[in-house]
Design a protein around this ligand. Structure first.
Ligand code: B4P
Length: 192
């Protein structure tokens, strides 16, 4: 089984690369951002709460995210023909990383690797501003992007150290074309 975390700053290409990885390796792709946006679109109670955090560039509370992910793994693994999992945008805090250990154990899985997409800050802002022109996302505007980057440095970067200590951290240069970056990711996966 191949159980991967894909991580990186907002706009680093987590969603873009996850779509390619899941097809090549037949993995179940779980994006906490997509799960939250589905709740918002469904106008659920949870979606209403999540919306206020996301539009402000803040992280949704850990307990809420952990419940959503647990539910999503349980629902989807019933029809399990996958070779593993790709977690996109989770964990985003050390508390989520700690909770993930229990969650994976509960579902009989073990983490293979964390892939960290490293992209220059100016490029991140540029990509997200461009996406904002068509995405309609409440968080793809300059003011909120800056807040999201601050939250990333403060709360999400420490997650990398958590996995470095376990010897499961691999940095992937995330500048260049989508195909070039995907090539680097495949190389890293095949070395595992
Ligand atoms: P996410 O949906 O995870 O959003 P993201 O970090 O902005 O996007 P990503 O890195 O996936 O970028 P993409 O591939 O699309 O989270 C949204 C919000 O939900 C968070 O801010 C938070 O509030 C909340 N949330 C999610 N998970 C949470 C958690 N675990 N805990 C608490 N809160 C949570 O790429 C961006 C753009 O760049 C795209 O337009 C793409 O086309 C372009 N692009 C990609 N690769 C490129 C390349 N190589 N060259 C040029 N452009 C490229």
């Amino acid at each position: 089984m191949l159980n991967i975390i894909i991580c990186g700053a907002p706009g680093s290409g987590k969603g873009t690369q996850s779509a390619l990885i899941k097809d090549k390796y037949n993995l179940l792709h779980l994006s906490t951002g997509d799960l939250l946006r589905a709740e918002i679109a469904a106008k659920s109670d949870l979606g209403r709460v999540a919306e206020s955090y996301i539009a402000n560039g803040q992280l949704v509370p850990d307990s809420m995210i952990i419940d959503i992910l647990d539910k999503a793994i349980s629902e989807r693994e019933a029809a399990d023909t996958y070779n593993g999992l790709i977690l996109d945008g989770f964990p985003r805090t050390v508390a989520q990383a700690e909770a993930l250990e229990g969650l994976l154990k509960k579902h009989g899985k073990e983490l293979s690797v964390l892939l960290d997409l490293a992209v220059d800050e100016a490029e991140l802002v540029d990509r997200l501003i461009k996406r904002g022109q068509t995405s309609g996302r409440s968080d793809d505007n300059l003011e909120t992007i800056k807040k999201r980057l601050d939250v990333y440095h403060e709360k999400t970067e420490p997650v990398n150290d958590y996995y470095k200590k376990q010897g499961k951290y691999v940095a992937i240069p995330g500048m260049g074309s989508i195909d070039e970056i995907f090539g680097r990711i495949c190389e890293a996966i095949e070395k595992l």
